[in-house]
Design a protein around this ligand. Structure first.
Ligand SMILES: Cc1cc2nc3c(=O)[nH]c(=O)nc-3n(C[C@H](O)[C@H](O)[C@@H](O)COP(=O)(O)O)c2cc1C
Length: 436
């Protein structure tokens, strides 16, 4: 059996990734702020031997228009780090990855919180570094609105360096060593003075049980990929076709060379939104049942928000997408939507209905063997090191995946049957940072 195994993330989200999941008869509508719900999801994923739980974030209500907010259920969700702290004590092996912004935080504060989750969980924490592309989020923090893409990434570069230095400011065994509470020789103050931040201190935490928390990066523009190549252990990406996924994969991996890193030092996990059932027609019927719940206006508003154009309603819904100016927000997703519309000749209505399922991520419907075939094909073709699994409906979508697809992947030797290690870093099999 092959040693080459997939890595899997379980991307959590209130009632499910489908925009109308909350309206489904099997949904638990108040899921976003139910800790019991998230504990259940975490335990299902851990039973499935997933590498990690993954939680996205935006520090804002997700819809500007209250009519849309009232129908989209995207706006109630626990703040990710608080949620993962609670899940740390209700799980024992699975990694805990939270999204946090470099635009609206400071390095010391965030490095400290991730260090705490890492200690609480015995070395299972990961940080999904984002620069935050939402206007709504910007309005909560800066009167000048969303900062330009290049400026956000410049700040992100400096932020990542400062956070990494802070995690490295404490050596292994610095505390309770040789009869002292702390050994001063093993504490290394950070003296960082840059354009965006000043940090002069030592992290008040023992060194991470996994060396450092895992760095995840979600951002696929040119600067986003460069930051990933320099600092990330895992990359979360969105691609529709196998061609796009392979090109993205090759691009990120070849960028590692100039940072003295090996291709295997980064795991690239594109999103997949699977609907599995005993037969293909049953799987398609499950998808159709969700699709019937999308009000057109909600689908179009979601599409417009990812294109970062305030409104699409001035354009005929059965006509093509108009020309979209390049945005300062999520440039890679904007391109994905424009490409998808052109490639499949989709109207705004059809594009919105497609996007409502998984926000542009790859959607696959079928039997356990068909889903495993699709995943295996991309895994073996150099398009992915694994996947971030985005069940359209929780908990049933994740349960079905664990009950049906995971055993099929295991039978093929493509996925673990037991956790190999204790920490997230060990399970992912990404290199340990140099010991300090
Ligand atoms: C797959 C993927 C997932 C992302 N998830 C989030 C998220 O949860 N929260 C967030 O604020 N930004 C998210 N982003 C966007 C980042 O904020 C990114 O830093 C932003 O500047 C747009 O990225 P790009 O133009 O480099 O693709 C995501 C981007 C990608 C590609």
């Amino acid at each position: 059996m092959s040693d080459h195994k997939m890595r899997l993330g379980a991307f959590l989200m209130a009632g499910g990734h489908h925009i109308s999941s909350w309206r489904h008869p099997d949904a638990y509508a108040p899921a976003g702020t139910s800790i019991e719900h998230f504990i259940e999801l975490a335990q299902i994923a851990e039973r499935g031997k997933f590498d990690m739980l993954f939680v996205e974030d935006a520090a804002a209500i997700r819809e500007r228009n209250p009519d849309m907010a009232s129908q989209a259920a995207r706006s109630t969700m626990f703040e990710p780090l608080s949620l993962l702290a609670a899940l740390a004590v209700n799980t024992s092996h699975i990694g805990l990855v939270a999204t946090a912004s470099t635009t609206y935080n400071e390095p010391y504060g965030l490095a400290r919180t991730f260090a705490a989750i890492d200690q609480l969980s015995g070395g299972r924490a990961g940080w999904n570094l984002v620069t935050s592309a939402s206007e709504l989020e910007a309005e909560n923090f800066a009167s000048s609105g969303l900062r330009p893409h290049s400026e956000r990434y410049e700040r992100a570069e400096e932020f990542a360096d400062a956070a990494l230095a802070l995690w490295d400011s404490v050596e292994d065994g610095a505390y309770l060593a040789g009869g002292q509470f702390a050994d001063p020789a093993r504490l290394h103050p950070v003296h960082h003075k840059g354009k965006h931040f000043t940090v002069d201190g030592i992290l008040e935490s023992p060194r991470s049980p996994q060396g450092r928390p895992i760095m995840v990066q979600a951002g696929a523009s040119d600067v986003g990929k460069e930051l990933a190549a320099r600092t990330a252990d895992v990359v979360f990406a969105a691609s529709q076709t196998i061609g796009e996924a392979r090109a993205y994969y090759a691009d990120v991996k070849q960028r590692l060379v100039k940072y003295g890193r090996q291709p295997d030092d980064i795991k690239i996990l594109p999103g997949i939104s699977p609907i599995v059932a005993e037969t293909e027609s049953e799987a398609r019927a499950k998808y159709q049942a969700l699709q019937e719940l999308i009000p057109d206006a909600v689908g179009v508003a979601l599409l417009a928000s990812y294109l970062s154009i305030g409104d699409l309603s001035a354009h005929p819904i059965d006509g093509p997408l108009p020309d979209i100016p390049q945005t300062q927000a999520m440039q890679s997703r904007q391109q994905l939507i424009v490409d998808l519309g052109k490639r499949e000749n989709l109207s705004i209505r059809d594009l919105a209905r497609n996007f409502a399922g998984a926000r542009g991520h790859w959607q696959v419907f079928g039997t356990p063997a068909q889903i495993a075939d699709a995943m295996e094909e991309r895994f073996l073709a150099g398009a992915a090191d694994g996947f971030n699994v985005m069940a359209p409906l929780f908990p049933s979508g994740l349960e079905d995946f664990v009950a049906m697809v995971i055993p099929e992947l295991q039978r093929r030797g493509l996925f673990r049957t037991e956790y190999e290690g204790r920490t997230l870093r060990e399970n992912l099999g990404v290199g340990a940072p140099a010991k300090r």
